[in-house]
Design a protein around this ligand. Structure first.
Ligand code: ADP
Ligand code: MG
Length: 328
């Protein structure tokens, strides 16, 4: 059974940045306004995420790393009106099957923080009281120490760290109000990314892509009642020439891929921008949850939804119109 769990976990968490994405989503779901991420050896040796969110209740500490433990799903019908990221309760469980996990947490009501250490979904010893502030700190050490095949497929620490920074910076575009930082462990730990709390999409694009991109941004807003979607996008206009086209796509607040939408965006760029232009685009799409396949496997970032072609066409023409107008 443990081996089966470990294999399943290795499917959910394939590289350190997969763990970072899950942990970051949890911190955001917890209402954090500041999230700090610390990595050693590209996250392989150590991954730590410190947030100031609502905390985990003392009574929940023994079970948080068990499979299907989630505080985000009261009833099956909730699946249809879901607005938090989690609902499977698989992330912490998976991480605890491929790493040594410790959690320090404190809710607003608790008088003191507490710490649990976990392996393979279970507490290793009773939860202990420790000093600490409100929020949650999750530490995962020696990722994949028990999954040799995963360790072999990992890229260098530099590559893994780069990927972590990238994922966090993309989430900072979607949640600009949450201050996020990523640094390497150690007293001389380099800070690779730091966004202030209460930032804006444009300000974070400036940090991530540069001032020229931020200055060229065109904001596109659109709601379609019939197709039940709304669009909120920032796209660089004709004055910006990047080195490569970059499309950042969030659907219902999850960083995802959609080949169909990518094609629609690329067609819009070809149609409305000068030849060879390499734009930057951040696109947030909200689709009625009952039209999205929420049950895709956690590592399958490709998302499918109903009325794909009609929605893609509608988005394409909105983007073309906005780029042609030069402002929106
Ligand atoms: P899910 O997010 O799908 O519910 P996870 O395995 O990611 O499942 O997390 C399990 C549960 O642990 C969450 O539902 C939440 O109650 C709690 N939790 C995890 N991380 C945090 C955090 N940073 N702050 C508060 N609660 C958390
Ligand atoms: Mg989660």
């Amino acid at each position: 059974e443990t081996v089966v769990n470990r294999i399943a976990a290795g499917e959910v968490i394939q590289r350190p940045f997969n763990a970072v994405k899950e942990l970051l989503e949890n911190s955001i779901d917890a209402g954090s306004t500041l999230v700090q991420i610390i990595a050693r050896d590209g996250g392989n040796k150590l991954l730590q995420i410190i947030d100031n969110g609502c905390g985990i209740r003392f009574d929940d500490m023994p079970i948080v790393c068990e499979r299907f433990t989630t505080s985000k799903l009261a009833a099956f019908t909730d699946l249809r009106s879901l607005n938090t990221h989690g609902f499977r309760g698989e992330a912490l469980a998976s991480i605890s099957h491929v790493a040594h996990v410790s959690i320090v947490s404190k809710t607003a009501e608790a008088e003191c923080a507490y710490r649990g250490e976990y392996f393979e979904g279970k507490l290793k010893a009773p939860v202990k009281y420790v000093p600490g502030n409100q929020g949650t700190t999750i530490t995962a050490e020696d990722l994949f120490f028990n999954v040799p095949i995963r360790r072999r497929t990992l890229k260098s620490a530099t590559e893994e760290f780069k990927k972590i920074v990238e994922v966090v910076s993309l989430y900072s575009l979607h949640y600009p109000r949450v201050g996020m930082s990523v640094r390497k462990a150690g007293s001389d730990g380099l800070t690779a990314l730091k966004t202030p709390a209460d930032s804006t999409v444009a300000a974070n694009i400036r940090l991530m892509v540069g001032a020229e991109a931020a200055d060229a941004l065109i904001h596109v807003n659109h709601e379609d009642k019939r197709l039940e979607f709304s669009l909120d996008a920032f796209v660089t206009g004709p004055s910006f020439a990047g080195r490569k086209t970059q499309l950042v796509l969030f659907i219902n607040h999850r960083l995802v891929e959609s080949a169909r939408l990518r094609r629609a965006m690329e067609s819009a760029f070809t149609e409305a921008l000068p030849r060879g232009a390499q734009p930057f685009a951040y696109v947030s799409l909200q689709i009625a949850p009952h039209n999205v396949d929420v049950n895709v496997h956690p590592t399958k970032h490709e998302v499918f939804f109903l009325h794909q072609d009609a929605i893609a066409d509608a988005i394409q023409s909105r983007i073309v119109a906005a780029l042609a107008a030069g402002r929106q």
